[in-house]
Design a protein around this ligand. Structure first.
Ligand SMILES: [Zn+2]
Length: 145
């Protein structure tokens, strides 16, 4: 998987989760680095526990710049590629990140609230994502110091 493919995967995932959150009243913001709904708000220095990006407000217009600060020497583009590369060639349960509809299906299976299409508490939602992270992305969580 080349970098352009990884970025396309990110954009598709971001769009699907943006639409999903709006349609289901899920009050989460989409991480600008991994495209998953892991943040409580944008540009509020929230920490994405999936891709380890701290959201200092950087987004597409300046994605290639290194801001320093919490993300050190990584640009947003660097971290998108870093995360995408880390998960791209691994087993199919991890490549689920490239099938966000499948991740939504899993979230629905895990939650009565999701099944009933009710809005859920953000803290509960984070718990589901956290379960996902622990089950599917353990290898990645240990990757970045
Ligand atoms: Zn992220």
């Amino acid at each position: 998987m080349d970098n352009a493919e990884i970025i396309r995967g990110f954009r598709r995932r971001k769009l699907i989760f943006e639409n999903y959150c709006v349609a289901n009243g899920v009050k989460k913001a989409i991480c600008p680095s991994c495209g998953l709904p892991t943040l409580n708000a944008r540009a509020a220095f929230g920490y994405c526990f999936i891709c380890k990006w701290e959201d200092d407000g950087q987004d597409d217009p300046d994605a290639d710049f290194v801001f320093g600060g919490p993300n050190g020497s990584l640009s947003l583009t660097d971290n998108r590629i870093r995360f995408g590369t880390s998960v791209a060639d691994l087993d199919p349960t991890v490549n689920i990140l490239y099938k966000p509809e499948e991740l939504v299906r899993l979230l629905l299976e895990w939650s009565e609230e999701f099944k009933q299409n009710k809005p859920v508490e953000p803290s509960e939602y984070v718990r589901y994502l956290d379960d996902f992270a622990q089950k599917k992305l353990e290898f990645f969580a240990s990757g970045r110091s």
